[in-house]
Design a protein around this ligand. Structure first.
Ligand SMILES: Nc1ncnc2c1ncn2[C@@H]1O[C@H](COP(=O)(O)OP(=O)(O)OP(=O)(O)O)[C@@H](O)[C@H]1O
Ligand SMILES: [Mg+2]
Length: 247
């Protein structure tokens, strides 16, 4: 039987996940359309990062189905999962850079499995990604010499260097001042335009959600409780939604 295909880059159905007797994700359904920036908002501990990890196969749900870039994550062979991950960018919540490597080495790290790229091609990709985030001058710097905002930009550059078809950003603006956070949000939009990538953006940052979202899902206790544009969510009568979107 041919495998069902869809134009959605991510399609999750009835996904449940428990850690012990803690129900973390409850019957989640989710789709991400081509080219879309989908924002997921929700209070701390509601399951956002776990959801992101399920999408790239780092955490296995107990039941449900997850299709990503037309592959079924729960039945994929390990070597195919590795190949699939090379098409997905993941900005981890911790976003850590390798302190013992300079910026260029940090950026080249995700390219180590790309045997088709020679040294010169890798260097060009590093330069392109650094230029995109406005830090071309910092090629040889060490991460410890950069500010928090610059480190975040470098982590973003590392995420996009593989030219991913799908990008997961977990709290891309946390810990930054409002102006720097807005610059990062604008970078996310420029990445969407330049790479035509679809993205899931997990954030508590209202300005980031307002700026970057084509659509927003609100998560509460492991379930989605609202969906819409920021303006639509502002009208929601649900207290948990109001608490997230009203300044
Ligand atoms: N590996 C794990 N083992 C057991 N429990 C876990 C594990 N990872 C996450 N959890 C629990 O699952 C729940 C959801 O965690 P998750 O990290 O997804 O929250 P979050 O919505 O990303 O929160 P935050 O906004 O603070 O990052 C939490 O109660 C957390 O303690
Ligand atoms: Mg999290």
């Amino acid at each position: 039987m041919p495998t069902a295909t869809t134009t959605d880059l991510v399609s999750i159905e009835k996904m449940n996940l428990n850690f012990g007797n803690h129900e973390v994700l409850k019957a989640l359904n989710l789709t991400v359309a081509a080219g879309e920036n989908l924002v997921i908002m929700g209070r701390s501990g509601c399951g956002k990062s776990v959801l992101a990890k399920c999408i790239v196969g780092l955490v296995q749900p107990d039941s449900g189905s997850i299709r990503v870039l037309n592959e079924s994550i729960l039945s994929i062979a390990p070597n195919q999962l590795n190949a699939l991950r090379r098409r997905i960018g993941f900005l981890f919540q911790s976003g850590a850079l390798y302190d013992s490597m300079n910026i260029a080495q940090n950026l080249a790290f995700p390219l180590r499995h790309h045997k088709e790229l020679d040294k010169k091609a890798k260097r060009l990709l590093v330069e392109e990604a650094l230029t995109h985030v406005g830090l071309a001058e910092n090629y040889y710097d060490m991460p410890s010499s950069l500010s928090g905002g610059m480190r975040k930009r470098i982590a973003l550059a590392r995420t996009i260097i593989i030219k991913p078809e799908l990008i997961l950003y977990d709290e891309p603006t946390t810990g930054l001042d409002p102006i720097t956070a807005l610059e990062i949000s604008e970078l996310l939009i420029s990445i969407q335009v330049k790479y035509k990538a679809a993205a899931i953006i997990i954030t508590h940052d209202q300005a980031c959600a307002r700026t970057t979202a084509n659509r927003i899902l609100v998560m509460n206790n492991g379930a989605f409780i609202a969906e819409g544009s920021y303006a639509q969510l502002m009208q929601s009568a649900i207290p948990e939604v109001q608490a997230l979107v009203h300044p």
